[in-house]
Design a protein. Structure first.
Length: 236
């Protein structure tokens, strides 16, 4: 991640070289794959196990119409690469840190956390986590690159950084259905969230985390296994 230090704020984002490489490299890779598919379409169409048999046969039927076939295959592959680059840019996290608040932006989605609400900040695997005064999660956002600049940015503005990671990690317990210790409808929400994890439905995963937070339940996952704890863990 790049970190831009100004007098009153620090902005941490994906480095410019990585974003440039993505915007340039993915379209070029897509164009190359498009050309390769067009060149191999005739051979692939004869293989009985090839997936997407219909599109492959369609490409093979026009493969001899040069230079149109090559131009079209390059264009389609390049556009597909641009689409992937756009999705990657929208998924990239930008963190703006000031003495008074933290702003987390990903694409069109922005959230702000007031400094006075933050008890601690730490890295959990590849996720940035901010905990509140009652050990509730104020934010949990995934990121791709190193954590050093995030750490330096938060420390520069006086935020409490937990170098050892989650101070309440030992309070989490593995979720099993019908756990009698879960409050209210938390078990049903965890069941629904488990299905969302299986399907990779990021919207439902995030929304169900928020619903669990309203019940005083903090949830995290390792692969597709869910673990939970209550807020106010020191009072258990």
């Amino acid at each position: 991640m790049d970190a831009v230090y100004r007098r009153n704020e620090t902005v941490v984002s994906e480095p410019a070289w990585a974003m440039g490489l993505m915007w340039l490299g993915l379209p070029l890779a897509g164009a190359g794959l498009g050309w390769l598919l067009q060149a191999l379409a005739g051979w692939l169409a004869e293989l009985p196990w090839v997936p997407f048999k219909g599109p492959v046969e369609l490409i093979a039927s026009v493969a001899d119409n040069e230079p149109v076939a090559t131009i079209v295959s390059l264009a389609i592959g390049g556009v597909a690469g641009l689409v992937l680059a756009f999705i990657g840019a929208m998924e990239a996290l930008v963190v703006r840190i000031t003495d008074g608040d933290v702003t987390l932006r990903r694409g069109d989605s922005t959230s702000m956390v007031n400094r006075s609400a933050v008890q601690t900040v730490f890295i959990d695997g590849k996720q940035l986590v901010l905990l509140g005064r009652e050990a509730e999660e104020l934010a949990r956002e995934g990121f791709e690159l190193g954590a050093d600049r995030l750490r330096d940015g938060f420390l520069a503005h006086g935020y409490p950084w937990a170098a050892a990671g989650d101070p309440y990690r030992d309070k989490f317990r593995r979720w099993v259905p019908e756990d009698p210790e879960l409050p209210g409808s938390a078990d049903a929400l965890l069941k629904a969230r488990g299905k969302a994890l299986e399907k990779g439905n990021k919207t439902d995963i995030t929304e169900l985390r928020a619903e669990l937070a309203k019940l005083g339940v903090v949830v995290r996952e390792e692969e597709k296994r869910q673990y939970w704890r209550r807020t106010h863990p020191t009072s258990d």
